[in-house]
Design a protein around this ligand. Structure first.
Ligand code: SF4
Length: 320
């Protein structure tokens, strides 16, 4: 939700490309691909329901744009193995997903796929949270390495084809799960964008609070409470002030405080859910195909420059 709220704002400030990374799903879910297509549609619905407007941004599916298969191969030729092995999430995910064999070429190479996803659009900025800055840094290093090896004769920017994108730091608010840990499906602690009101209220009721607040008369600290984190993201300044005062002075109880958080969540989720229900599957597919066709055209421009800079054998005119 945090990322989506930012993207909705960005679509009016920049020419934006947003995609559903179904090829990335293959890096960990290659053995069972049955969920990838249905999840792609679900994610598209989330994007649309949250307010991404296909008239104001390009919304597409990664695997529908074949250039996303081509650039990683070419960039892979110049990627030192050491760069990939030291990406922090490489070891981390192998340990966290111990039930899957992630000693694959595809998993090791996923940062190259990600760099390609970015560089294909020759962007100025990549909107990411702080935790993803390292990935953009690797993308910048790869672009620099490419530009050192290959130049487009007579091209602008000294013939450099892949500009180094800058990070557009977007706030990534902390959204804890109902048990206070990071919200994640695998922990079973999520509040879903599609949860109806009674489910949201029930989940909030069981949410953990500041552990120091055992009795109603004990003062608490919203900064140490997962419910407090939800208030920070979703509540109005007025409610937020009532939470701080009431919690620290033991003037309010946790049940009341949680019901305010539930009110705020329901108020935000309701219009999203109504918008979501307004789309048919056929409409979503049409939107994605239209976006993918625009993305293909833009990515192909880059690829023509990439192929020319690398001096790959030009195709005969009839085959182009
Ligand atoms: S009053 Fe609210 S912020 Fe304070 S501990 Fe209870 S649930 Fe958390």
């Amino acid at each position: 939700m945090g990322a989506l709220a930012n993207w909705v704002k960005l679509q009016d400030q920049y020419e934006c490309y947003f995609f559903i990374a179904d090829l990335h799903a293959l890096t960990t879910d290659y053995a069972d691909t049955s969920n990838i297509a249905p999840n792609t549609l679900e994610v598209a619905l989330d994007f649309l329901a949250a307010g991404l407007d296909p008239q104001r941004c390009t919304l597409f599916v990664q695997s529908h744009v074949k250039q996303h298969y081509e650039l990683p191969l070419l960039l892979g030729m110049i990627t030192p193995l050491g760069w990939l092995e030291r990406v922090p999430s490489y070891k981390e995910m192998q340990e966290n997903l111990a039930n899957k064999d992630l000693t694959t070429y595809g998993f090791l190479g996923y940062p190259v796929l990600m760099a390609s996803d970015i560089l294909l659009y020759q962007p100025q900025f990549v909107p990411v949270g702080q935790d993803q800055q390292a990935h953009v840094e690797l993308t910048r290093e790869l672009a620099r390495r490419f530009n050192q090896f290959y130049k487009l004769d007579g091209g602008p920017n000294d013939g450099e084809v892949l500009p180094e994108p800058k990070v557009l730091l977007t706030p990534s608010p902390k959204l804890p799960g109902t048990d206070g840990r990071k919200m994640s499906k695998s922990y079973g602690n999520t509040i879903m964008m599609t949860d109806p009101e009674p489910v949201v209220r029930q989940k909030l009721k069981t949410m953990v609070t500041d552990p120091a607040r055992i009795r109603r008369s004990d003062p608490g600290e919203p900064d140490k409470c997962p419910v407090g984190d939800l208030h920070k993201v979703f509540s109005t300044a007025e409610t937020f002030a009532k939470v701080y005062d009431g919690c620290r002075s033991a003037g309010i109880g946790c049940i009341e405080c949680k019901s305010w958080a539930a009110n705020a969540l329901v108020q935000i989720l309701e219009p999203i859910q109504i918008r979501r229900a307004g789309f048919t599957e056929a409409q979503v597919k049409e939107i994605l195909e239209d976006g993918s066709s625009r993305a293909r055209a833009r990515a192909e421009q880059t690829m023509q420059e990439v192929r020319a800079a690398m001096r790959l054998t030009p195709a005969a005119p009839a085959a182009q």
